[in-house]
Design a binder for this molecule. Structure first.
Ligand code: 13P
Length: 248
């Protein structure tokens, strides 16, 4: 059995004090949830959120990590810096980082291996653009992202994968639950070939892209979907709590 994981990706939203207020509003609403819960917050919010989430069932996540242990990388943050504040998850290779900040499958791979070595749980994002989907390239795009991005991982169950079709992010255009399930099923099949079928059965694969209180039940009912990576709807306590409590 794969334990579902619902994670909020706050992106570049919420100052530390706004983030603490959101976390405090969220805690009582999700305390009886059956799934794992995380919020992936801006780096500068991490110290305050680390305190605010103590003793709760909400884990702390970051949105990126550098692949070097330390050194001359102005503006970057290392795995040890995250660990010191009790960060558990780290999003790697989000499509916004691929699109705006030059993230490649190679850097995704380096960050993922570094995160794993530090004991962080990488949430590795993959997904195709609208043009790629419409020209029939979804599978080949995913094949490359998975093969190159996950190269050298020893235990696939140590990571979480987020399937986020770029055309569904922040657009209000969700993949249908059938589309999401089919593509996530494809990802699992591919992981079975790249690693081993048994390992692929163990890895949790989230769906991300305009997931909200209205569509989460249908998405979470699908056999291949093990959770969600939530952008916009994670910024309001009630909306995020409704997703976390999808089965209540
Ligand atoms: P939205 O939920 O706002 O579409 O964002 C999804 C996402 O990118 C999560 O990482």
């Amino acid at each position: 059995m794969r334990t579902p994981i619902i994670a909020g990706n706050w992106k570049m939203n919420n100052t530390a004090s706004e983030g603490v207020a959101l976390a405090n509003a969220l805690k009582p609403l999700v305390k009886n949830a059956d799934c794992e819960i995380a919020v992936c917050v801006p780096a500068i919010d991490i110290p305050a959120l680390s305190e605010a989430l103590k003793g709760s069932n909400i884990a702390l996540g970051a949105q990126n990590v550098h692949f070097a242990e330390k050194g001359a990388f102005t503006g970057e943050i290392s795995a040890n810096m995250l660990k010191e504040y009790g960060v558990k998850y780290v999003i790697i290779g989000h499509s916004e980082r691929r699109q705006y900040f030059g993230e490649t499958d190679e850097t995704v791979n380096k960050r993922t291996l570094t995160a794993l070595a530090a004991g962080l749980v990488p949430i590795v994002c993959v997904g195709e653009s609208l043009e790629e989907r419409e020209t029939g390239k979804t599978e080949s795009v995913l094949d490359k992202q998975l093969a190159d991005g996950l190269k050298g991982i020893e235990n696939l169950a140590d990571i979480v994968i987020a399937y986020e079709p770029v055309w569904a992010i922040g657009t209000g255009r969700t993949a249908t639950s059938e589309q999401a399930n089919e593509t996530i099923g494809y990802i699992r099949k591919k992981l079975g070939e790249l690693f081993c079928p048994k390992c692929a059965e163990k890895v949790r694969i989230q769906y991300g892209g305009s997931m909200n209180a209205g569509n989460c039940k249908d998405l979470m009912a699908m056999s291949e979907i093990d959770g969600g990576l939530i952008g916009g709807a994670s910024l309001k306590a009630n909306d995020f709590a409704a997703i976390v409590n999808y089965n209540k």
